[in-house]
Design a protein around this ligand. Structure first.
Ligand SMILES: O=C(O)CCC(=O)C(=O)O
Ligand SMILES: [Fe+2]
Length: 391
């Protein structure tokens, strides 16, 4: 059967197409003992990152929010904790409704896929595989980019159960499908909480439209011979609404926190400690725009490590392609300013952003896309952020 999801998955087809003979896969390089990362980033501090000195962040990171309490007498307290955390951009949660056995089996399935010989994985290369719903790729692009990242990935996009069964790799399709479904329920609940906390009356169809497109990246970071010279994933923020991230126990995910208004917390990169059973929730760019900057899409990156391979599986919920994303009018009125998003080619000021554009630019595998965004935040500081999408 021909793949019917061209419009959906075709959004990602700006990816560079590799022939299966290219020795560009980081996994292959490591096994061939061939690769040494090119010196690419300003000093990355390699593996020597300090934990945050801020007690506030230590608490935020070390005490995951217990989402099961949303159903009990502590409901309001938990909502407040979620809203506070999402203003910084992220939080970890437990009892999130995604089965712990599923998280474990997904990590095992990930290794099952990546441990295969390259020629098996190459069946899913962009342009080679039967359908762009499952695409195997790498961020290590020596022929195309000066900046090389130490990461391979499998991108799995959801359309229907039938297409998932037909086109996704058998090594991980059951686990990936169940994970996408569980994460969808989690995101639905969190988006509802976040937006209603801002006074938005969210009808079911708008909610579904905001999170209509669902996909996961199955990220595989092999051990890196010289982690001081590179990153596994460069600094970026994600397009879309919310991300749910599962990481294994290796660590290395760094998130940038901004200095707060009363300077109690300084701008710094802090490491998200892997916490057994926890999932990380990240605000993404579309939600930052929608909420006029109240919720922050935090920049993040992944440091490389020489010790062992690392696996992470982010679930992305993205708006329908036709959805227009703009700051909610009553927030603009209340705040007295409008988040100003200035994409590379258009100056959009307060105009809605075509989600198609946001999605194409923001997400996935456009090697290095050069969209820059200007956000006017409430402290009236203009911050230029470079949205480097570095898959
Ligand atoms: O590997 C991680 O922990 C983060 C991955 C990530 O940021 C992404 O895939 O967008
Ligand atoms: Fe990301």
């Amino acid at each position: 059967m021909a793949c019917e999801s061209q419009q959906f998955a075709g959004q990602f087809n700006r990816e560079l197409v590799h022939g299966p003979d290219l020795v560009g896969w980081v996994h292959g390089l490591v096994h061939l003992n061939f690769g040494n990362p090119r010196n690419i980033h300003p000093p990355t501090r390699g593996e020597n990152w300090q934990n945050s000195s801020s007690r506030f962040f230590q608490k935020l990171l070390l005490e995951p929010i217990d989402l099961s309490q949303l159903d009990g007498p502590n409901h309001e307290k938990v909502v407040e904790a979620i809203v506070t955390a999402e203003k910084i951009g992220f939080f970890q949660d437990v009892n999130h409704g995604v089965a712990l056995e599923l998280l474990e089996s997904l990590k095992i399935a990930t290794n099952r896929f990546f441990d295969q010989p390259t020629e098996r994985k190459a069946l899913y290369l962009n342009g080679v595989g039967p359908c762009p719903l499952a695409v195997y790729g790498t961020s290590f692009l020596p022929n195309k980019e000066a900046i090389l990242k130490w990461k391979d990935y499998l991108r799995v996009s959801y359309s229907t159960d039938a297409e998932a069964h037909e086109y996704w790799p058998k090594e991980c399709k059951e686990e990936a499908l169940e994970y996408i479904k569980s994460c969808t329920n989690l995101v639905r609940r969190l988006v509802e909480i976040i937006l209603t906390s801002l006074g938005m009356t969210l009808d079911y169809s708008r909610l579904e439209s905001l999170i209509e497109n669902k996909l996961i990246f199955v990220n595989y970071y092999p051990p890196c011979p010289n982690p001081d010279l590179t990153l596994s994933a460069g600094s970026h923020s994600d397009a879309g609404i919310l991300t749910v991230l599962l990481q294994d126990g290796v660590g290395g995910l760094l998130v940038k926190v901004e200095e707060d208004a009363n300077a109690e917390n300084k701008e710094e990169w802090i490491e998200i400690p892997p916490t057994p059973g926890a999932l990380l929730i990240n605000v993404r760019d579309a939600l930052q725009i929608l909420t006029n900057g109240i919720f922050r899409s935090a920049e993040h990156m992944v440091r490389a490590t020489s010790k062992q391979s690392r696996v992470s599986i982010p679930f992305f919920a993205l708006p329908r392609l036709s959805e227009k994303i703009a700051p909610l009018p009553w927030l603009v009125e209340h705040d007295g300013y409008c988040l100003d998003v200035d994409m590379a080619t258009d100056s959009l000021d307060c105009n809605p952003i075509d989600c198609n554009q946001l999605w194409i630019s923001g997400n996935v595998a456009i090697s290095v896309s050069t969209i820059s965004a200007k956000f006017l935040i409430w402290s009236k500081v203009v911050v230029w952020r470079r949205l480097l999408f570095v898959f």
